[in-house]
Design a protein around this ligand. Sequence first.
Ligand code: SF4
Ligand code: SF4
Length: 192
Amino acid sequence: MLEIDNTYNQLLSRACLNCLDPQFQPPKDTVEKVGCCSYSPTFQLLDIFRMCNDNVDQFWSIYHHPAAIIHPYSIFVKAEVDSAFDQLNTQSLSPLEKDDKRTSYSICQFFRKGKGCSLHPQFKNAVCRTFICTTIEEQLTSSDQKTMKEMIKKVYQETRDFQAIHSKNLKSQFIDLRDNPKAIVHYFQSIN
Ligand code: SF4
Ligand code: SF4
């Protein structure tokens, strides 16, 4: 049901090949079934550091992605929303409900039909490496749940610590992703 991949610190499940989680079913037959890959990922400095050192082309491809929104120390890549969403009447929905509805019509820019995620696991963010739905979680033994939670805590801690240290260093050097992406690449390549 669940495999913990210690090489890339990620959780994997064969159940994702045919996602049955009720929360993540497509709202219509015409909307592609992508499970929880309806998500819009944000790449943090740790993910960017890894790309800069192991596949800088991957960094530039994400940086220049048409759906990318560049923040000073992270990159958000907005999922593609199926056009059927625009035909819905969402006037009675709260902003949060509307966001949830939009997500159910969305597909991550890195998802490929029949293949799943097109990113190397090393470059997937903490959420993508550790998200597990309740359908899978409820089927785990309490010992597996404990191991999984410890692993998730470690992954988030590592991401947070790296972000705190390096955003502070970069700020002190007046470098950010919006204005100096090449300097960010050099910075990360120099600390490898
Ligand atoms: S983690 Fe759960 S919701 Fe996500 S694809 Fe797998 S089975 Fe579906
Ligand atoms: S980056 Fe990959 S794992 Fe994460 S939501 Fe997109 S396709 Fe899914």
